[in-house]
Design a protein around this ligand. Structure first.
Ligand SMILES: Nc1nc2c(c(CN[C@H]3C=C[C@H](O)[C@@H]3O)cn2[C@@H]2O[C@H](COP(=O)(O)O)[C@@H](O)[C@H]2O)c(=O)[nH]1
Length: 360
């Protein structure tokens, strides 16, 4: 294998190796193998009954319905900003209403982008978002009357400046041109994205080791693959090397299915934090174990939850493959994320970790 490919394939195992390292060194988050087996059979049965596939990606109201180069620019913009939608003010949580439907969470981002495009704002054009004023961008992402502003709006504007500048200076203002450099390799694309854009570098220290999650770089590849249903610009020979995207929503579904478990003290902390942070607003907790409140980015518990989520999906994937059914971590992830949104009432039993981060 040419050196460059070996280098990229090392990156492929880099996220998985990180997840395995985190799993073996975790004290408060576990991936119980009996839970993995139960989850694998339940998820497989459900996925087969609904016929879950890449075609589902374009069925969402707000995702591009046509796979073309404009869709690529849309996906890049959205996945550059695809982070931190949870609210510490649930009574006036950030929302965006479009065509009579009100969205919260991740879908607010898509709704705001589509609203701008419908108003003739070239928001998916790097030349626009590299240079637009802060006020113009704040207007693009404005919420409904009386709601809080979009979480981390200032950081989002900084991200747009950074990625827009690189695309304009080096790729004629189009992510499609950067995509063309990866020669159909998902790992080359992940590697290129994290080397070109600092804001995608989802890397951390855990027990003295460097670990990588690359959540937004990987979901960027996955969204392109799913939008094009694995063909044309979305064809990647090594797409199955992409892992689950370590966010704050899929861990809820993994706990619900029994493939992820928290220690009593972590569960207590998460439950208390949801109460405290939503009653008294953001608290900055630096102690370990932290007093209930925000879980600081890079805290061991944050890394354990995210790393074990990646590892749990990998174990579920291997379990399903043993039954002879081909599946990859992307489809499992998309399915679990959609499931957590569809059954959000049941999910409320399981607390999420409240970390403010541009990584997820
Ligand atoms: N692991 C994983 N994390 C995902 C997604 C998506 C959106 N993808 C959907 C769109 C088309 C595809 O069909 C996918 O179904 C957003 N997120 C993350 O969730 C969090 C937002 O949650 P809430 O506040 O409840 O909306 C936040 O960290 C965001 O980064 C995913 O797919 N997987």
């Amino acid at each position: 294998m040419p050196t460059a490919d070996r280098h990229f394939s090392e990156d492929a195992s880099r996220v998985l190796a990180s997840a395995q390292f985190i799993n073996t060194h975790s004290q408060d988050v576990f991936v119980p193998q009996d839970g993995v087996k139960r989850a694998a059979s339940q998820i497989l049965t459900r996925m087969q009954s609904v016929g879950y596939s890449t075609a589902d990606w374009k069925k969402h109201t707000l995702t591009p319905s046509v796979a073309n180069s404009q869709a690529i620019e849309w996906i890049f913009l959205v996945d550059a900003l695809n982070f931190s939608f949870w609210s510490d003010q649930p009574h006036c949580q950030y929302s965006v209403t479009l065509d009579g439907k009100t969205y919260q969470g991740y879908w607010t981002l898509c709704a705001a982008v589509n609203r701008a495009l419908a108003a003739g704002v070239p928001v998916t054009d790097a030349a626009y978002y590299a240079k637009a004023s802060d006020e113009e961008l704040a207007h693009v992402f404005r919420g409904d009357e009386g709601v809080e502003s979009m979480p981390l709006l200032g950081e989002r504007i900084k991200v747009l400046r950074e990625v827009g500048r690189v695309l304009v200076d080096k790729y004629q203002g189009r992510f499609t041109n950067l995509l063309a450099c990866c020669e159909g390799s998902a790992q080359r694309l992940v590697h290129l994205v994290v080397s070109e854009f600092a804001c995608f570098r989802d890397e951390h220290q855990f027990h003295g080791h460097a670990v990588a999650m690359y959540k937004r770089a990987q979901i960027l590849v996955a969204d392109i693959w799913a939008c094009f249903e694995g063909k044309g610009l979305g064809r990647f020979v090594d797409i199955d090397s992409i892992t689950m995207f370590a966010d704050y929503r899929v861990p809820q579904a993994l706990c619900h299915f029994g493939a992820l478990e928290y220690s009593p003290r972590l569960l207590e902390f998460l439950r208390e934090s949801e109460k405290v942070v939503r009653e008294v607003g953001e608290l900055n907790a630096q102690q370990c174990p932290p007093t209930p409140g925000l879980l600081p980015p890079g805290h061991p518990w944050e890394i354990e939850i995210r790393g074990n989520s990646i590892w749990a999906v990998e174990c579920i994937k291997r379990c399903i493959e043993e039954s002879g059914t081909p599946v990859n971590a992307i489809l499992l992830d998309f399915y679990l994320w959609d499931y957590s949104k569809e059954y959000s009432k049941e999910m409320q039993e399981i607390p999420i970790h409240l970390t403010r981060s541009i990584n997820y």
